[in-house]
Write a protein that binds this ligand. Sequence first.
Ligand SMILES: Cc1cc2nc3c(=O)[nH]c(=O)nc-3n(C[C@H](O)[C@H](O)[C@H](O)COP(=O)(O)OP(=O)(O)OC[C@H]3O[C@@H](n4cnc5c(N)ncnc54)[C@H](O)[C@@H]3O)c2cc1C
Length: 503
Amino acid sequence: MSAKFDIVIIGGGVIGTAIARRLSRYELDICLLEKDADVASGTSKANSGIIHAGYNAAVDTLKGRLNIKSNPLFDKIAEDLKVPFKRIGSLVVGFTEEDKEWLKKEKEMGESKGIKDLQLLDQKELLHQEPEIHSEASAALYAPTAGIISPYKLTIAQAENAVKNGVEIKLLSEVVDIRTKNGYIAGVILNSGEEIKTKVIINAAGLYADEIAAMVGERYKITPRKGEYNLFDKEYGDLVNHVIFPMPSKESKGILITPTVDGNLLLGPNSNPVEEKDDLAVTKEGLEEIWQGGTSLYPNLPRDGVIASFAGLRATLPSDDFKIEALNEPVGFIDVAGIQSPGLSSAPAIANMVAEILDDIRTSLQEELKLIEANFLPELEKQPSFQDYKQNLHEWQQIFLQNKKYGEVICRCEHVTRGEIEAELDKEFISPTLNGIKRRTRAGGGRCQGGFCGPRIAEIIAEKIGISPLEVTKSGPGSEILWTRVKDVKPDRDIVYGMGDKS
Ligand SMILES: Cc1cc2nc3c(=O)[nH]c(=O)nc-3n(C[C@H](O)[C@H](O)[C@H](O)COP(=O)(O)OP(=O)(O)OC[C@H]3O[C@@H](n4cnc5c(N)ncnc54)[C@H](O)[C@@H]3O)c2cc1C
């Protein structure tokens, strides 16, 4: 017998999970389907993590309007979901008289949109705020309402909270087809062959939203636009105090430098169209491009401080705007597509807009959907994290005395304890993979990038889940990290051919 839900959300990015959490306020049966081994596996894991103030996108675009509506909502969301969020403010930095004129106009435009407290800084004020900035930088537009957040922690927390409020999340569940009946949505087919019946499909599949839309006969094309990054060691996290933007280009807000909420420094992204939706390769040229961009603002960026490089892909539509609407046919299909930047900053308002669209179409569904308020629980519990107690070891000692596992440091770079890792694996919504643990606890995310703690984390996952360490993966099937036990290796062959030779 196939499962049946009122609503199926396709895609577990920041948008799909924000929608799941928002709709979990109603007494509805909701299922979120994600093709990968965890939520935040697509664009939501690799971006700048900035909650933009919202002055730069035009108000006649959806992305402009929704960013402005969303920005003030983040304090409460972050508090409820226990996600680190800091309103550190942003600076757009200019060098020439022409730049100054542009910054002035941008300020006026921002003010006309209702963005509060925008200020123009002269060179002296700028240097006071950012002592390490290029000595020829002469002015800046300061937006105090811009902030930084961990995009994957937000996505995971939204998913956890949605599950707490009754949403079912199915990982490793790729939608390969959609069933319709007499012009109405009837269900989805998964890669496993399973059918899930539903009245409403919300298409939040990011880069693949066009392929999902094509399953109901809708035609549009999403082009991936790559952005590459360098992440610096925590040692350099306080080189800058704000999100620092250069003057923007037509394609993007430019190559920025920002502290991250975890205390690192982030440089990037560039913006180049690519052919493939899984082309996440960092290139020599791309890294050089961002380095040029970064050093034009901060000449003293430390090259040997880079601990990781990565890329993310923007899902762009020809309109260069979000597409959030219900189709006339099949009834019950809602597109949430083209969610490029500032999609992270706009997520809560996008979720609210989807709730309004659902209210509009619910009576025209084959079977009416009632939006009855449920007993919504908005908060998650704060998990103890050694990082937060470093200045207060006495308090941490109390946690340790209750559970000795909080005294066993597993990740030496980020100081993550066994207790923290096991607590994540005890939750209702988990992804028992190395990446799943890294994104939840930061274990493996430091300078050695898991070189030391990776095998120990794999051991903990195996023990807790009751699987063999050989079955533990980095990010789902196909990414197993071990292929045999050393004890099982035949010395006469493997010493000659090495561990990599499976034949
Ligand atoms: C370089 C870069 C920098 C950015 N910086 C910022 C920023 O600083 N601030 C900001 O506001 N925005 C920023 N953005 C934009 C922001 O990251 C995106 O708007 C946001 O992450 C989009 O989320 P999403 O949920 O739509 O997509 P995704 O996170 O990609 O989620 C879609 C999910 O759908 C799943 N999926 C796809 N097909 C299927 C299927 N058939 N079945 C089941 N699941 C499926 C995918 O696996 C994926 O997990 C940036 C983007 C990039 C690329």
